[in-house]
Design a protein around this ligand. Sequence first.
Ligand code: PXP
Length: 239
Amino acid sequence: MKLELGVNIDHIATLRQARGGAGPSPLKAAQACVNLGAEYIVIHLRRDRRHIQENDLRLLTKHLRKHVHLEMAATQEMSDLAVKYKPGSVCIVPEYPGELTTSGGLKMDDKHLPLIQKVVKRLKEEGIKVSLFVDPKANDIRAAKRIGADIVELCTKDYSEAKTEKQRQAILEELSVSSILGRELGLEVHSGHGLDYENVEDVANLSGMQCLNIGFSIMSRAVFVGLPQAVLEMRQKIS
Ligand code: PXP
């Protein structure tokens, strides 16, 4: 089965926000990515609105609904926006003020699960597919299944930041076991965070892996070779 690619376009909006004008346009970037074979357009609508804005969500869902994969915190405000615009899928992520990027998987413990479960239920009732961004741990994947998620996105932050080859292999093994477990439980399995042209292939080759969500490395490469070439090169790496 072909591994799918989700392209995170947050940083197209970061660039636009730097001058406060209309471009570069996240919608045009998204259309280009879809034309080049990206299955998902990933956007993170953050509480601080530092890059993607509500209007981007509106335009993207208007033109590319089934491709839009909205990352959001499990809050009332974000749930209301997801229900209003109905992206094809949502990924619930932890979000902390001031963080540079998402700092890891959701806390899947007794304190945090009831709220996540409530949001999962509401989104699913609206026909939105729900993913949970989790660390590659068996208990967290089982909890995702228990509270009704359709997808688990395994966090590859620790993998991408591993300092030694031994550490990298150990985390890759955790990702491998988690991917297989997710599929055995009937979940779709995605991965993402910090994946780049050098480290992506080992994750792409894991048994059960279905989709990789990648942003920063593709946008960084696009600065030098253009967005279409950067997306094509990543597609080639993972297929
Ligand atoms: N998946 C999730 C859940 C994320 O939060 C992010 C970062 O926004 C990504 C994937 C993409 O990470 P990166 O930009 O490091 O490729």
